[in-house]
Design a protein around this ligand. Structure first.
Ligand SMILES: Cc1cc2nc3c(=O)[nH]c(=O)nc-3n(C[C@H](O)[C@H](O)[C@H](O)COP(=O)(O)O)c2cc1C
Length: 170
């Protein structure tokens, strides 16, 4: 069974357990890599043509503005096709209560009918927020599972939780 692990993640300055830190690998990327290791699936990073600022506060403002105007930021690259994949692990940070708008761009681009989407979300306290119902709206033909929320600062140490989640969903 072919599996895709599509994720959005931002390196650089970020809040981790109440402190600003520069991350070399984003939290969601750390979780995505663990899923890759456990499933052997294919990794794909959802990247905006114009990335948000490396500066945390600027990024916060940009992402907020994009959400307010319901933007669909253009993406840098795309997977050629979703055809080969039955299961799509979809990873993203919680941005203002849901997914970054680039993930909306990604989900709208493809027909997910008949596919299973397994969302995983890193956050600093608000869990999955409204993301699951947003994914269901964007991908009406897909089977969208409840998903896994991971505290951002512990993403790199969440292998056990991820393993349990993957095992349960399979
Ligand atoms: C623009 C922006 C908005 C955020 N909004 C929320 C939020 O509403 N709730 C929350 O719990 N965390 C929020 N966070 C924290 C991130 O979800 C968290 O740090 C996440 O792990 C970052 O993932 P990444 O390193 O893969 O980009 C926000 C972070 C940013 C940069």
């Amino acid at each position: 069974m072919a599996e895709l692990i599509a994720f959005f993640s931002r390196r650089d300055e970020n809040y981790v357990n109440g402190m600003l830190k520069k991350l070399d690998i984003g939290n969601t990327e750390a979780a995505a890599r663990i899923i890759q290791e456990l499933t052997g699936g294919e990794l794909f990073q959802i990247e905006q043509m114009q990335a948000y600022s490396k500066d945390y506060n600027e990024c916060i403002a940009q992402a907020r503005a994009d959400q307010k105007r319901d933007a669909r930021p253009e993406l840098k690259t795309w997977p050629v096709s979703l055809g080969p994949y039955d299961v799509v692990y979809l990873g993203y940070p919680n941005y203002w209560g849901t997914m970054p708008m680039a993930v909306f761009t990604f989900l709208e681009h493809f027909d997910f009918s008949g596919k299973t989407i397994r969302p995983f979300c890193t956050h600093e306290g608000s869990g999955m927020g409204g993301s699951i119902s947003d994914i269901r709206k964007l991908c009406p033909g897909a089977r969208v599972e409840t998903g896994l929320s991971i505290r951002g600062g512990s993403a790199g140490r969440s292998k056990k939780d991820i393993e349990k989640w993957i095992g349960k969903e399979r």
